[in-house]
Design a binder for this molecule. Structure first.
Ligand SMILES: Cc1cc2nc3c(=O)[nH]c(=O)nc-3n(C[C@H](O)[C@H](O)[C@H](O)COP(=O)(O)O)c2cc1C
Length: 191
C-alpha cells in the first residue's frame, strides 16, 4: 500500500505522554500510529521521562521529542504555538490525574499543558486516563473529567482489571485498538 493510502496519512497527531506507569505502553501506540501513516509530534512531561526515555519515541517516530519548553531550538519557531497550529488531533496517552487536573484548572506550566492550552480545542483532544482505581474514582478527578467532557474534550475510558500496584479495578491503560478507534472517530474517519 502506498503511504498516502494509509488510514492516518496526512494527519498530524500530537501525542502527549505523562508520568504514569503505563507510559511505556505509549511507545507501542506511537509505533502503531506511525505505521498507520500519521505524522507524530511527541511531547513528554518531565515525569514521563522517569518511566521511558525520549530516545525510544524519537527512534520510533523518527523526529524530535519535546520535553523542555526552554530547550535550544533548531529552527526558529515558538514551538508550542507551532505544534498547536499544525496538529489535526492531540492525544494524551497515558494521561495522569495531574495533567487532567492541570488542563481542567487552566494551568500551563510545562510544554504539554502549554500546547494543550494553545490548541484551545481548535482540533479534537483525546485523553486516555490511566491510574490507580482510587485516584480514578477520586471525586476531584471525576469532576475534572466531567468539566473537560462538557467543554468538548474526549475521553477514552480506562479498562477494568489488574493494576500495577496489585489492585483490581478501573484504571488500566486501554488497548491500543480502543484508543486508535477513538482517534479515527474524532478525526471523522469512521462512523
Ligand atoms: C511508580 C509510580 C507510578 C505512578 N503511576 C501513575 C499513574 O499510573 N497514573 C497517575 O495519574 N499518576 C501516577 N503516578 C504519579 C505521577 O507520576 C505524579 O502525579 C506526577 O506528578 C505526574 O506528572 P505529569 O502529569 O506531569 O507527568 C505514579 C508515580 C510513581 C512514582
Amino acid at each position: 500500500m502506498d503511504d498516502d493510502q494509509l488510514p492516518l496519512a496526512g494527519k498530524n497527531i500530537l501525542l502527549g505522554v505523562t508520568g504514569g506507569i503505563a507510559a511505556y505502553k505509549a511507545a507501542g501506540l506511537a509505533s502503531r500510529l506511525k505505521q498507520m501513516g500519521a505524522n507524530l509530534d511527541v511531547v513528554m512531561t518531565r515525569n514521563a521521562t522517569e518511566f521511558i526515555a525520549p530516545l525510544t519515541f524519537q527512534t520510533l517516530v523518527k523526529s524530535q521529542v519535546f520535553v523542555d519548553m526552554w530547550a535550544p531550538v533548531r529552527v526558529w519557531e515558538v514551538e508550542h504555538v507551532a505544534m498547536a497550529d499544525r496538529c489535526h488531533l492531540a492525544l494524551i496517552a497515558p494521561a495522569t490525574a495531574n495533567i487532567i487536573g492541570k488542563i481542567a484548572g487552566g494551568i500551563a506550566d510545562d510544554m504539554l499543558s502549554t500546547v494543550i492550552m494553545a490548541i484551545n480545542l481548535r482540533c479534537p483532544v483525546v485523553i486516555a486516563p490511566a491510574m490507580n482505581v482510587n485516584m480514578y474514582e477520586n471525586p476531584i478527578v471525576q469532576a475534572n473529567i466531567a468539566k473537560l467532557t462538557g467543554l468538548g474534550y474526549r475521553f477514552v475510558e480506562p479498562d477494568i482489571g489488574r493494576l500495577a500496584e496489585g489492585y483490581e479495578g478501573k484504571g488500566r491503560f486501554p488497548k491500543d485498538e480502543t484508543i486508535v478507534a477513538e482517534v479515527q472517530t474524532a478525526l471523522g474517519l469512521r462512523g
